[in-house]
Design a protein around this ligand. Structure first.
Ligand code: ZN
Length: 359
């Protein structure tokens, strides 16, 4: 279920950010040197036109709220007592160096490192009073800070947005909300068509190398032979390669299923289609068939088929026995959007749903 992200962007600083990275989407080439090869590859799939709308929030009180953001959540940008645009979340990363490059730092030396990427940016002209009515706020309430509104509280407002009565395509550039003093600056993102060009063997980002070694490694491993000591070492090397691809030199990463941030020690480089069932080509297609999954529950649930991903949504297996402790965890995931699902890896997720979700 989609959540609503309230993103104040009325201050002079925020308006500048909005203009720089939402209204004018950012070229992926500029982003490439700050992200891992896996992240860059994912962004290329999400934004085949090569530009992305990007926004970010600072750490502190925003951190916990940012952690709740899921793919397809709707962000609304507000300033001058109205909502002046909206967009759909497509991806998120915590990345200080990218934030510094895009927006610099604020007066207190902080940057907007909790980043989210958007698509389908639409110009809006919705007074706060309309939002307040739908959310059950006081008539004259003002959006004070970045916030994520749970789905059950924003369904009527999202339906209102979807109705189109208040939406106009962002083709005309007349966004000029009045400047207001806001405590929270945000960063913009841009909409692009994600029609899912599959780019299996494209180049990886410049900071990354080792593809040829990986290819040799995979081809040398004879899937017909039982694993001997050499093969075990090779598989370990494969894991090192995949982790480097996914995490680079990062200390933390985002779980592809629950969307939460973890130290990389708590993340595995997991194959979406079970490795043992992959052809050589599929093993080499790590850019689409591997994703980070957390050890805090998601890895085992996915691996053992308690949950799967269907059409980008997390679904639970109806046949598996869940204890109360597990049910609490799975209930939160169920029906959520998988941050990692793209048209390019749809086939692998489909395999998982077809083969692993059943007993
Ligand atoms: Zn997780």
């Amino acid at each position: 279920m989609r959540q609503l992200i309230l993103q104040p962007a009325g201050s002079v600083e925020s308006r500048g950010h909005y203009d720089d990275t939402i209204f004018h989407p950012v070229a992926l080439d500029r982003i490439s040197k700050f992200v891992t090869a896996a992240e860059f590859d994912h962004l290329k799939n999400l934004y085949p036109a090569g530009k992305a709308h990007v926004w970010g929030v600072t750490s502190g009180r925003n951190t916990v709220k940012w952690q709740k953001i899921n793919k397809n959540d709707v962000a609304v940008f507000a300033g001058g007592m109205k909502i002046f645009s909206s967009g759909e979340v497509k991806y998120k990363v915590r990345n200080k160096s990218l934030a510094l490059n895009l927006w610099g730092e604020d007066d207190e030396g902080r940057t907007w490192e909790f980043i989210y990427f958007l698509d389908h940016i639409r110009q809006r002209d919705i007074p706060y009073s309309a939002l307040n009515k739908h959310l059950g706020y006081e008539h004259n309430a003002v959006i004070q800070g970045f916030n994520v509104i749970p789905w059950e509280k924003c369904t009527t407002f999202l339906a209102y947005l979807d109705s189109g009565k208040v939406a106009t395509a962002a083709s005309s550039h007349t966004l000029a909300p009045t400047i207001e003093t806001s405590t929270s600056a945000g960063i913009p993102d841009s909409p692009l068509e994600d029609d899912g060009e599959c780019t299996l063997q494209t180049e990886v980002s410049s900071e990354y190398s080792g593809c040829e070694d990986f290819e040799r490694l995979i081809k040398d491993l004879d899937p017909a032979k039982p694993l001997d000591a050499t093969a075990v070492v090779q598989i370990r090397k494969e894991q090192v390669f995949l982790r480097k691809f996914l995490f680079g030199s990062r200390g933390t990463g985002i779980c592809g299923i629950c969307g939460k941030e973890f130290p990389v020690d708590f993340l595995v480089a997991a194959h979406i289609k079970r490795r043992a069932d992959c052809s050589i080509e599929e093993k080499l297609d790590y850019k689409n068939n591997v994703m980070p999954i957390c050890k805090m529950g998601c890895d085992d649930l996915f691996e053992k088929g308690y949950i799967s991903i269907l059409n980008g949504k997390i679904i639970r297996c109806p046949d598996k026995l869940l204890t109360l402790a597990m049910k609490a965890y799975v209930d939160i995931l169920h029906n959520g959007s998988c941050l990692y699902a793209t048209p390019s890896n749809k086939g692998y997720f489909q395999w998982h749903a077809d083969n692993r979700l059943r007993r």
